[in-house]
Design a binder for this molecule. Structure first.
Ligand SMILES: [Fe+2]
Length: 245
C-alpha cells in the first residue's frame, strides 16, 4: 500500500534501510516512497500544527545553515533524517554539496534543480570549476536525489510567484560539520558551518591572517585540543597560511 503520511514513510524507510540495500537501490526505492509522500498533502497539517503550537518540537530544532529548514524527524539510530524546506517566491539556495545521500520531493508547487559537475581536481584550496550538467523542473509529487560530496553538487530554486515546499530525506554524513558553497563565476568554493561551529571556524580563520606573536601558539593548541576534526582542518590551513604569509 502506498505511503499516506510521514509516520508510514518513516516506517517504510526504516524497513528499506534495514535490508542494507546498495546505494542505487536505496535511491530508486527511496524515491518511490518519497514520491508517494509528496503526492499527498493531508499529513502536512500536523507538521504546521507542530511548528506553531508544539513548544517541545520548536525547541528541538537546531539552527542550521539554511534558515528555511525544519527538521521533521531524526531516526534514533541516526540512519536518516527528514527535513522540510519552505521557500518564499523566487527564493533559491546557493550551489552546494552534501555530506550524504539525499532524496528531495517537490510538494505543492514546482521547484527547479540545477546539477553541476566539478571539473577541477580539488587540490587547490578555495578553488573550484563547475559545469552545469542538468536543469530540471520538479512538479509536485516528483523527486530528485543527490549523492555525497562532488556527486551531489546542485542548487534548488522556487522560480514561481507563490511559496513552495520541498520534503527532503538525508542519510548519515560521511563528511561532518559543514557543506561547501560554490561560485562558478569566481571559480571558488568555501566551507559553510552551521551557527554552532561558525564562531570556532571564524576564530581559526582569522588566526591564519593575523601574524601576531600568539597566532601560531593558539593554532598549535587547536591541533591538540578536543575540537572537531573539521575545525582542526581549518587550523591546518591557517597554520600553512601563517607560514607562507
Ligand atoms: Fe541540497
Amino acid at each position: 500500500m502506498a505511503v499516506r503520511n510521514l509516520e508510514q514513510f518513516c516506517g517504510k524507510f526504516h524497513a528499506l534501510l534495514s535490508a542494507g540495500p546498495e546505494i542505487s537501490r536505496l535511491i530508486a526505492e527511496g524515491r518511490i516512497l518519497m514520491g508517494e509522500l509528496v503526492s499527498r498533502t493531508e499529513w502536512f497539517g500536523d507538521v504546521l500544527r507542530k511548528i506553531l503550537f508544539d513548544r517541545e518540537f520548536s525547541e528541538s530544532q537546531r539552527p542550521g545553515i539554511w534558515p528555511n529548514e525544519i527538521t521533521l524527524y531524526r531516526s534514533l539510530d541516526r540512519s536518516f533524517m527528514i527535513l522540510c524546506y519552505i521557500w518564499g517566491p523566487h527564493e533559491s539556495d546557493v550551489i552546494h554539496d552534501h555530506g550524504s545521500w539525499g532524496i528531495i520531493g517537490s510538494f505543492m508547487r514546482p521547484v527547479g534543480e540545477r546539477k553541476y559537475r566539478r571539473m577541477d581536481d580539488g587540490r587547490k584550496e578555495g578553488y573550484a570549476e563547475l559545469e552545469e550538467s542538468s536543469s530540471i523542473i520538479l512538479q509536485p509529487g516528483e523527486t530528485t536525489h543527490v549523492l555525497p560530496l562532488n556527486k551531489g553538487i546542485h542548487k534548488m530554486e522556487n522560480f514561481g510567484d507563490d511559496m513552495a515546499v520541498t520534503i527532503n530525506i538525508y542519510g548519515p554524513n560521511i563528511r561532518k560539520g559543514y557543506v561547501q558553497f560554490f561560485s562558478p563565476e569566481r571559480k571558488s568554493v568555501s566551507r559553510i558551518y552551521p551557527p554552532r561551529y561558525l564562531k570556532e571556524a571564524l576564530a581559526v580563520r582569522i588566526l591564519g591572517v593575523m601574524s601576531a606573536p600568539w597566532s601560531e601558539e593558539i593554532l598549535q593548541r587547536v591541533q591538540t585540543s578536543d575540537l572537531p576534526d573539521y575545525i582542526k582542518k581549518e587550523g591546518e590551513i591557517s597554520l600553512s597560511k601563517l607560514k607562507s604569509g
